[in-house]
Design a protein around this ligand. Structure first.
Ligand SMILES: [Zn+2]
Length: 113
């Protein structure tokens, strides 16, 4: 996965949003990172530091919201956090349940002035 590219998109979106509102500085950018997105918080931070320089977000603080993986079993109608890579339902032990959360990598909030 191209972390730099993904983070660059997020920062570009934040910069556009700020621009549309006539802002000159971005103070804080909040990003949601899902546990299954393959993104490690430290690599998100490193990529962020590199792509923000030279933009109005260059002094921005990065806030990461780390989301655990959540699966759903239609048979039992339960949501659960999988504990093995087969995504087994804890009730009926059926594997490969639907993934409801965990692949997020998205801009959530931008604080501007
Ligand atoms: Zn089940």
């Amino acid at each position: 996965m191209d972390e730099m590219g993904l983070i660059q998109n997020i920062v570009a979106t934040a910069v556009n949003l700020a621009g549309q509102q006539g802002a000159h500085h971005i103070h804080e950018i909040k990003i949601q990172v899902g546990a299954a997105s393959g993104m490690k918080p430290e690599s998100v931070e490193q990529a962020f530091d590199r792509v923000k320089s030279g933009t109005i977000a260059q002094d921005a603080h990065l806030l990461l919201e780390y989301l655990p993986m959540v699966c759903y079993c239609a048979t039992c109608n339960v949501e659960f956090q999988p504990i093995d890579p087969l995504l087994k339902c804890p009730e009926c032990h059926q594997p490969h349940c639907e993934i409801r959360q965990g692949y997020e990598l998205a801009l959530q909030e931008v604080e501007i002035s």
